[in-house]
Write a protein of this length. Structure first.
Length: 350
């Protein structure tokens, strides 16, 4: 399903042909619910009023029939939002944005993405993305299954670190297969709230969209919903009320490390979407709050960096491994915690 386009019509016109922007299949257990409420829970960055306007314009279809906003969805309905303009990612324009290229040959590119750069165009981010930069610097990149040029995998906007980009259809197929079969190597460095008791461990639990907050993902440990996800973690350094860890992924689900670490009670430091931008461990002293505020200013994003990336080359079959230095903002924040933890005792009951 596609869920990254605003529902409002605009100046784009394509001979009155409607383009599918969103598609949802209603679950078997879904209770009767107005379609405007149903879609508002599923589509990011939209409003009920916009959904109602789209329905009034005849742009919302259920089982290929246009419906009004008071239609109540039923189990196994196929709901589609159709607009006159193509999805914005299909209107991709190359932009002369510098890329930090770690490695390149005739098959692939390894890029070190800075925090703050969106990987591909979506709602509210139709320019300035990594894909816009790739489209400018490289011709004829192969499309992935989502029609995004070159992308084998992705990392979140405010996560920094390494990505591999395919330059040929051969590389796209070969690399994608490695990610699917869990033979690629991906290691992240993260700073999380709390003292992670075990020196190392494994988090296993299906991941799917949160049932209430649709902007978040959630863990479903019983496996009755979502896709399987497996994260291995190891403690690198204990810093009192926070812990520096490494995470090795076997699967690559949306927000996997962020949601898995929250699930075991160790939300990523300053992860706004998952509540890590509040004081989750520590004291009630004013000086401590000031210290945390300074840390947040030093590191104004979630403390997560894609440090290591390894895969087998699609032509030479050589296993290649790349390392990216932890960015300065995370280093500076960790150093603040080192200084603080040496001069203060911590009490996990606080």
């Amino acid at each position: 399903m596609q869920n990254n386009i605003d529902l409002e019509q605009d100046e784009f016109d394509d001979d009155d042909v409607l383009h599918e922007h969103h598609r949802f299949e209603v679950a078997k257990g879904q209770q009767a619910l107005r379609i405007d409420k149903f879609l508002m829970n599923l589509i990011e960055n939209t409003t009920r009023n916009k959904i109602q306007k789209a329905a009034d314009s005849g742009n919302i279809f259920v089982n290929d029939v246009a419906v009004k906003s008071n239609y109540k969805v039923k189990p196994e309905d196929v709901v589609r939002v159709m607009l006159e303009h193509p999805p914005y990612e299909h209107l991709l324009k190359g932009e002369n944005i510098p890329l930090n290229i770690v490695y390149e040959d005739d098959q692939l590119i390894v890029v070190n993405k800075p925090a703050g750069m969106v990987v591909h165009p979506g709602h509210g981010n139709y320019s300035g993305t990594l894909v816009n930069a790739l489209a400018y610097h490289f011709d004829n990149l192969p499309m992935n299954s989502s029609e995004r040029p070159g992308l084998v995998h992705r990392i979140d906007k405010d996560t920094s670190g390494l990505l591999v980009v395919a330059k040929t259809e051969l590389a796209m197929d070969y690399l994608t297969k490695q990610f699917a079969e869990k033979t690629s190597e991906r290691e992240y460095v993260a700073l999380v709230w709390g003292n992670v008791e075990k020196d190392e461990g494994t988090i296993e639990g299906n991941i799917d969209r949160h049932p209430v907050n649709r902007m978040q993902m959630a863990v479903f440990p019983e496996g009755d919903k979502g896709k399987p996800a497996l994260t291995h973690y190891k403690v690198l350094e204990r810093l009192g009320y926070v812990t520096l860890i490494s995470c090795r992924l076997e699967t690559g689900r949306t927000h996997q490390i962020r949601v898995h670490m929250k699930y075991i009670g160790h939300t990523l430091f300053n992860d706004e979407r998952y509540g890590g931008d509040a004081i989750l461990k520590g004291t009630t002293f004013t000086k401590y709050k000031q210290f945390i505020d300074n840390c947040f200013k030093t590191l104004p994003r979630q403390a997560l960096h894609a440090k290591t990336l390894g895969f087998e080359h699609p032509v030479t079959k050589e296993f290649m491994r790349f390392e990216s230095e932890v960015p300065q903002d995370i280093q500076d924040c960790v150093e603040k915690w080192r200084v603080y933890s040496k001069s203060h005792t911590t009490d996990e009951d606080n």
